[in-house]
Design a binder for this molecule. Structure first.
Ligand SMILES: [Zn+2]
Length: 389
């Protein structure tokens, strides 16, 4: 909707309001006063002079606030905010709140709207105060808490997030365990950065007791174990994380492979990869298997295995690895066409977004635990095998 549509929408509303005003002034005239309201004509004048923005301001100004027009004001404010005209929305809602005649429900509704205007304008402090006021007055509590949660996430105040999510669970019966586990992971990350390893570990355990499927917490525990030099412990946790959520296998696979390799356990690595590709078909694991085959049985065996794999599951990355193997065979380095195709494929792969949010469809090249678009937690996953690497 552009500004012209809006002004035509407002015109009859303003005219009706003008009619009310006229009726009132007629009543006043009857009591001896003589008064008329030229504002409507000023608005029309702006319209005729092709100044729709000024016309809108005039029409909004002439909508008097009384019990009959509160709904209109709320609807208008909402409309302005949705159109991105936050300043106008703020003016309307502030004007509403300043009226002493509002019922407490109408005032709460206007506070809720104004808080959302402030959030849209990036004025988080002001928004926070309004939502806290609503929470205290026990009006629109779930909406106020949900907005507070968005603000605290924006400010990365994870302790406040935990408290607010807990309140939402108690007050509105909403399941917030997935988010709470991520808040604990965020706090654990901060503790870890300050060298408080014990504190970090206990926070990660809390994350897992909130959400036993929180693969992020298990992964962080595994990294802690690896940093302590406990490679076996790290390996066990990394393998646990695959059972928790096989979707995140690509995120932990390389760490598992390096852990086996650092221990010189090639046979165990081979067994793990064979078992993994059988239970959770996965391209990364197939390609690691090709590496192991190449090391133990040579190029020909690796190329043969890869050819069979690509025939079953065609993919750019598989094709690229095949080209790399071919380039490495005697005479392969001199084949300029092969080199050229390999270069182009590499570019293609770099350009593709590897992750996608399962909730809103947002695409990203790297993994975000919180979707930057819809703010949901743990919804970004690698795209299906055939579409990407
Ligand atoms: Zn999303």
């Amino acid at each position: 909707m552009d500004v012209h549509d809006l002004v035509w929408l407002l015109l009859p509303v303003a005219a009706a309001s003008g009619w009310w005003a006229a009726r009132r002034s007629a009543r006043r005239r009857a009591s001896g006063q003589n008064e008329y309201n030229p504002v409507y004509f000023r608005g029309l004048n702006h319209l005729l002079n092709e100044e729709p923005d000024k016309a809108i301001d005039v029409f909004v100004e002439m909508l008097e606030v009384d019990s009959d027009t509160v709904e209109t004001h709320l609807a208008l404010g909402n409309l302005f905010r949705r159109r991105g005209e936050v300043e106008r929305a703020i003016r309307i809602h502030q004007n509403l709140i300043a009226r002493p005649a509002l019922t407490s429900e109408q005032r709460a509704q206007a506070l809720l709207e104004l808080g959302q205007d402030y959030m849209r304008a990036g004025l988080y402090d002001r928004a926070e105060n309004l939502f806290k006021e609503l929470r205290q007055s026990r009006m629109h509590v779930p909406q106020a808490l949900r907005n507070l949660l968005l603000i605290y996430q924006q400010e990365r105040d994870w302790a406040a997030c935990l408290e607010t999510a807990g309140e939402l669970q108690r007050q509105a019966g909403e399941d917030r365990s997935v988010e709470k586990a991520h808040y604990y992971c965020e706090l654990a990350g901060a503790a870890e950065r300050q060298g408080q390893h014990k504190q970090a570990r206990s926070l990660l355990r809390k994350a897992l007791s909130e959400d036993p499927r929180c693969v992020r917490a298990t992964h962080l525990l595994a990294r802690q174990a690896a940093a302590r030099g406990d490679t076996e412990g790290a390996l066990r946790l990394l393998c646990d994380s695959i059972e928790q959520n096989p979707d995140y296998l690509p995120e932990v696979l390389d760490e598992i492979v390096s852990a086996y390799r650092s221990q010189g356990q090639q046979e165990r690595l081979r067994g793990f990869l064979r078992d993994t590709v059988a239970r959770h078909p996965n391209q990364g694991a197939e390609l690691h298997l090709v590496d192991v085959l190449r090391e133990t049985e040579g190029d020909a065996a690796a190329i043969d295995y890869l050819n069979q794999y690509i025939a079953r599951t065609p993919s750019l990355l598989g094709l690229m690895r095949l080209l790399e193997l071919q380039c490495n065979t005697p005479g392969g380095e001199n084949d300029s066409l092969l080199q050229q195709v390999r270069g182009q494929l590499r570019l293609l792969l770099q350009e593709r977004a590897a992750y996608q949010c399962g909730k809103c469809g947002f695409e990203a090249k790297t993994l975000h635990w919180q979707c930057p678009s819809c703010h949901a937690w743990g919804t970004l996953k690698r795209r299906p095998l055939r579409e990407t690497k």
